[in-house]
Design a protein around this ligand. Sequence first.
Ligand SMILES: [Zn+2]
Length: 567
Amino acid sequence: MKILQLDVNSISYRLIKPEASVYEESGEKERKISNALVMLTSVEAGDTARMGEEAVDSSVVFAKKQKIGTLVIYPFAHLSGSLEQPDKAMEVLKAMREHAKKVFDGKVEHAPFGWNKQLSLEIKGHPLAEMSRSYGSAKGAKRVEKDERRKLDLSIVKKSDWSGLPETDHRTIGEQLNLYSGQEISPGMTYWHPEGWIIYQELVRFMREKYYDYGYEEISTPALANVALWHVSGHYDHYKDNMFMVGYESGDMGIKPMNCPSTIMIYKTRKRSYKELPWRSAIFDKLYRKEVSGSLGGLFRVQELTQDDGHIFITEDQLDGEMVSLLRLVKEVYGTFGLKYTPKLSTRDPNNFMGDVGLWDKATDALKHALEKNGMKYELKEGDAAFYGPKIDFDVTDSQGRAWQCATIQLDYQLPLRFKLAYTGEDGREHTPIMIHRAILGSLERFIGVMVEHYQGKFPTWLAPVQVVVMSIGEGNAKYAGEVYEQLRKARMRVRVDDSGRTLEYKIRDAQMRKVPYMIVLGNREQESKKITVRDRSGKQKQGLTVEEFVETVGKEISERKPEQAY
Ligand SMILES: [Zn+2]
């Protein structure tokens, strides 16, 4: 049995037509349910009612902890390739509903079985809002898996099937521009092709420059750590099902799903004084989070990801100033991409929090103050904070009008206690620092997916995999094209030369398909005057420029990461 558990602001569905040979009648054709924990459920061959009940129990524990009042059991065939017979699957689902009604004090809802439904979900932003689990081992699945293994023929690459998607989808564009691929041998992980890796590296470079300005220090930590670490951090209790585990002689090791615990281990390598705080650490390591394979797709739902992650350790007195500067950084970063954003401030849940109320109030005030000081209008989400501290989430709106949760700034009073972190204060005594978890782009994979759709592949020049194509009109212009190409290469531009025997129209169309920002067209006139003609993606042309002028203007456009093209 495969379960994808989602903590949602809302779920709505519409019944289209019966799909399975066995299906449930339903009076209502459309439903919308707010604030619920949704169990998308695939019943697999050989699953028992007992497994279903076990899955319900686990979701009920989560719902109680997160104070969610409604549980929705939703039959969802897409999580598995070896489904149970419809009549048997329906029995298991019915048993799950009955059991849920017995063990859950809130409302239990379900969607009818056997229908083709249109589903839409608004999933909450917190890191535990999406979790996948599997129960038992389907009889069918085992057999299929064995066959698959034998069949896995590596003589040809089996790419993820991204056909039939909308033209605006990042997978379609990614394929057209040859940015990345998914492959069956690494589900939910990204093969970055040279062009896509340029975008990735440019984003990292951009953040590194900001980190330099804002006084961060970059670190890197091992992917694997003994489970002891995950016990102390609490991941073992709360997140084990989503972790990849590896056996080793000194006991099991977990592959890191988050950077916080290992960052803490660096903090703890020596004594710290208040004089060294704030300690702003940044980290770009790869993280692994196990999800059921059917729920994966493109760059948005992955198992391997990198965050522009960072952890700041501060004294209580530093909270105010640190938050003001952190939000300024967020503003600068999103400003570069021309992204609109909405900050959402989540405050203390009076029924579920740890620590001192006065401290919480002070922290919340500091966050409000920092938002106001940066002129950011925010939404207040009262009682929405996790038990360990208030937070600010940023929803970013792309050019298609869709909102994506990217940045998170989370105050944490809990992990420093669990790990017994300390610094020596001005008074010579030991104090516990506050920890701030923060990511601005969020996961680089997802952010790149969002950016690919936001720009529809027409990246600003600083992000474009190829920035300039130099084209010769006639064969006699090839040498001059080569000289111009060399000059641009020396200026460290990402430039290609097209001196093929093809027609100019063809060369232009080819560069336009690749969405290259600048084309430099060179014919006899340019060659004789030692000038260049520049053409942009939309076809606008400018004649009579020198290479030096172009290098200076476009060089500035790139180094300043301007959103608009200079020519
Ligand atoms: Zn963290």
